[in-house]
Design a protein around this ligand. Structure first.
Ligand SMILES: C[S@@+](CC[C@H](N)C(=O)[O-])C[C@H]1O[C@@H](n2cnc3c(N)ncnc32)[C@H](O)[C@@H]1O
Length: 233
């Protein structure tokens, strides 16, 4: 794909929030370049050439992906718990990226890389069938019916996700929005995944770490839902 062919995409989320603390500015200045996955942004790879993972993220461990890592607590938890894997996280919200970098310093984990922008940039350049596990934790809910097509669980995201996931790959979705569960159950299977498990409050995955958005949902009286899909083989 050439730069001219790169689809023009609308991103409706937030890229900036509250003013960053001095320490967070330091993390961004000192750590992001080292942890950024090279060859993903259009500036870095204008021709959208497929990523050579052996160079971009060397290692032999399975490749995992977290979409929209927010403050990064789940991502750092998974990287620390599974030192043999390689975990890529995508998040355009700079305050979240700074929070993740702070947590990486504390945890001292090395087996993760960041694309500090839209996950669709990564989908453009990842080789086929290279990802073994995907986390989508509390995706933006887009509650209004006219905005449901902006949700991650639509073909614009799910078909590229299906291309980059290996047969048998696990795809986890956590959400507190019943209508998001409905749309996930409707749209994920036709993209090439089979529902394996559907659970409610108190029945998260055994290695789950509750996220900031889950804590907010619980405080506000909404129930978590946990869905697990497998990529068809
Ligand atoms: C509701 S928050 C949840 C954050 C975190 N996963 C949690 O559970 O606390 C959704 C996150 O997805 C991110 N996001 C939205 N669209 C995205 C995209 N296209 N690529 C990557 N991240 C995205 C947003 O910036 C936001 O931080």
């Amino acid at each position: 794909m050439t730069n001219a062919d790169t689809p023009r995409r609308n991103f409706y989320g937030r890229a900036h929030g509250k003013t960053l603390r001095a320490s967070q500015k330091t993390y961004l200045a000192e750590d992001l370049d080292r942890l950024r996955l090279p060859g993903v942004s259009v500036q870095d790879n204008p021709d959208r050439a497929p990523l050579d993972l052996d160079t971009a993220f060397p290692g032999t461990g399975s490749l995992w992906l977290e979409v929209g890592f927010g403050g990064g607590e789940h991502m750092v938890h998974m990287a620390a718990r599974n030192p043999g894997i390689r975990l890529i996280g995508c998040e355009p919200f700079v305050n979240g990226i700074a929070m993740l970098l702070g947590k990486i310093r504390v945890a001292g984990v090395e087996n993760l890389r960041i694309h500090p922008a839209d996950v669709r940039d990564l989908f453009d350049v990842l080789p086929d069938a290279c990802v073994a596990k995907v986390f989508l934790n509390y995706p933006d809910p887009w509650p209004k019916a006219r905005h449901h097509r902006r949700r991650f669980v639509t073909p614009g995201y799910l078909l590229p996700l299906a291309r980059v996931t290996a047969p048998g790959a696990e795809f986890r979705v956590a959400t507190d929005i019943p209508d998001y569960v409905r749309q996930t159950l409707e749209e994920v299977p036709p993209a090439g995944f089979t529902l394996e498990r559907q659970a409610g409050p108190g029945a998260a995955w055994e290695d789950w770490l509750s996220t900031r958005y889950e804590q907010k949902a619980l405080r506000e009286g909404r129930d978590p839902h946990y869905l697990t899909f497998r990529r068809n083989g």
